[in-house]
Structure formats: C-alpha cells, structure tokens
Design a protein around this ligand. Sequence first.
Ligand code: HEC
Length: 182
Amino acid sequence: MKRALLFVLLAALALAVDDATMKKVIGSGGPDFAAAMQQDPSEALCSEFPQGLPADRVGGFVEAERAKVNYTQPLAGDWKRGREVFVTPAKGNCYACHAGEPGEAAFGDVGPPLTNFGLRGQGEGIVKYTYEKIYNAWITVPCSTMPRYGVNGRLTAQEISDLVAYLTSPESPINPAVKGGK
Ligand code: HEC
C-alpha cells in the first residue's frame, strides 16, 4: 500500500513539472547546455520524417546545412595530426563506425570502410567533398547517422582539415594501395 501511495505521489509530481519549470531547469545548465537541448530546424525535420525527407524538402535542407560550414584554408592539413583525431575516442572516434588502416583490429561497420579512400584522388573536388562530409555529413546524406562534427562543435576546422589529409594523402597509412603510399 505504501508503495502505491509513493507511486501516486511521484506521478503527481511529474505532472506538476510544467513547461515553465522545464525551461528553468534547462536554463540552469547555462547557455551552451540550453542551446544543445534545442533542436535546430534540420533536426526537427529529420525527427518529423524518420523514413527520409520528402523530395520537395531536400533542396532547402541541403542549402541550410551547407551554409553552416566554415571553410578553412587549406582544406587538407596534416595527415599525422589527422590520424590522432581519427583514433582518439574523445575526438573523431571514427573507428566506432568505420574500418580504416588494415592493421586495426577493432572497428565498427555502421559506415562504409574508409581503407584506401585516397584511391579517389587528391583533386579539389574530392578534398572539398571529404571536408564537407566530416564538417557536416547532412549535406550529402540528409539526416545521416554520422555526427556533424563541425556543426556541433565536436571538432575544429583545423582538426577536420587534418582528417581530410589523413583520408586523401598518398603518404597516409590508411591508403596502402595508393601509389607512393606506405
Ligand atoms: C556513428 C557512426 C559514424 C561515425 C562515428 C563516423 N561516421 Fe563517417 N559515416 C557514417 C555513415 C553511416 C556514413 C554513410 C552515410 C553518409 O555518407 O553520411 C558515413 C560516411 C562517411 C564518409 C563518406 C564515405 C564515402 O564513401 O564517400 C566519410 C569520408 C566519413 N564517413 C568519414 C568519417 C570520419 C573521418 C569520422 C570520424 C571523424 C567518421 N566518419 C565518423 C557513420 C559514422
């Protein structure tokens, strides 16, 4: 009986937490926390259409996502630093979802393998594609499960350009099949 009473009390308490209280609680975490708790319009669209965006919404969505990218120069930085970002769990944590260097035993397969990504070349087009993919995965695949590393502030533009070099450079150990690679 006591337990039932406790349950009723808790339920009443939960109902008493109204919108205003919720806003206060969220606000108490500081402006950054409050911002993180807000869905941006693109996230709201992805939640509204879990099976995929309707065709007539894709154009505007992609345009809005591309506008969020801060293009640093050069777009491809230092592959050695990029390798650190790739493997570090608190940074890229890319192995959680991608295969990479052939010697790496533990990796996820949520995303496609990135081994020998450099076979696609090192031209301007592929470098820009790779930078945008990591900065904001939603430009090319709306609502992708890949994190939007630049948009959500998980990686800096510098770190993203270093990752681009790691993925595209012939010297990078992720590209053993690329001529001139290791
Ligand atoms: C939570 C899983 C997840 C994580 C973590 C993740 N990715 Fe991805 N990635 C994906 C998925 C799924 C795709 C395919 C859909 C897409 O392109 O958005 C993808 C696609 C890509 C592509 C495009 C591949 C192609 O064939 O064109 C690149 C490049 C890439 N990821 C790089 C990275 C890098 C670098 C990191 C780490 C900074 C990373 N990913 C972290 C899930 C992930």
